[in-house]
Design a protein around this ligand. Sequence first.
Ligand SMILES: NC(=O)c1ccc[n+]([C@@H]2O[C@H](COP(=O)([O-])OP(=O)(O)OC[C@H]3O[C@@H](n4cnc5c(N)ncnc54)[C@H](OP(=O)(O)O)[C@@H]3O)[C@@H](O)[C@H]2O)c1
Length: 286
Amino acid sequence: MSLPIKVALIGLGRMGQVAARSLLKEPSMKLVLVASRSGGQKVGQDIGDILELPAKGLIVRGCDELPQLLSVKRPEIVIDFTTPEASLVNLKLAAKSGSHLIVGTTGYTRFQTEALLSIARMYNVSLAMAPNLSIGINMLINSAKKLAGLLSGFDVEVIEEHHRHKKDAPSGTAIRIAKSVAEEIGVNPDRELIFGRHGHKTNKGKEIAIHAIRGGGTIGMHKIVFISENERLEIKHESLNRNAFTDCLKKVIEYLHTHKPGNYTVEEILGLAQPVRTYIVAEDVS
Ligand SMILES: NC(=O)c1ccc[n+]([C@@H]2O[C@H](COP(=O)([O-])OP(=O)(O)OC[C@H]3O[C@@H](n4cnc5c(N)ncnc54)[C@H](OP(=O)(O)O)[C@@H]3O)[C@@H](O)[C@H]2O)c1
């Protein structure tokens, strides 16, 4: 039997805790390092105590200790669920130590995404930007692209709803849905994606607006609507609990572990999109 994949997890908020609980139960993976905000209350506690489980002998460390810890624990995969600013710093350290990167954190700007991609390429480690760690959401994206190609003349709008604490709006997933459809129907996502309809009262056809709702404890809802003069079609996805994300996360971990370094999307990893891109490194060039 092969050895468990060594995984590090950074960020132990709502999402990080669900991921930790799931990884601790997975025999094919071993959580070798958990880290959270330096100086935060979780640092120094056993992960079991945080999750209300029996002690696991794995103590939460501060992110300021990452350079030393990464070189000792040598995780094969590092997953981040923090903030874009923190994750850029954390994942640069992880790439430098040779770990493949999974970015669960959302709200990255294009500049931050490009910076992380160059870092991953420079150290020849895999990067999975994963703002949508859910099998259902990826199915929604896939179906929405197909429908968009068929429903010519329909207006398209994306609506999302999340809990009141979510820091970014609109969600990374809503942007991903809109961009995927935009590419399909020849809309320029840089010019024709609209965030809310303030100042854009009418739908001129060649534009996609994204609307965000924030409130209460909604885990995550995404809806894409296609509307003509005569009919309306919508596809809706709702996460019923955060475990929706962990099955997908484990698939991403396994994939990065078994594939050549590259820049992968969750859609590609789930087999819903082609092609899979690997970096061209010197030894690959014949
Ligand atoms: N990819 C997906 O499918 C998916 C699904 C859900 C959520 N998310 C995203 O995942 C991210 C986290 O979400 P969440 O709901 O878990 O948020 P959260 O509950 O606010 O947790 C954020 C975590 O990051 C830690 N943190 C903050 N600043 C840090 C820093 N400078 N260095 C290290 N750790 C730091 C926090 O530490 P303290 O606890 O000490 O404050 C906390 O543990 C968000 O971007 C969210 O949108 C993604």
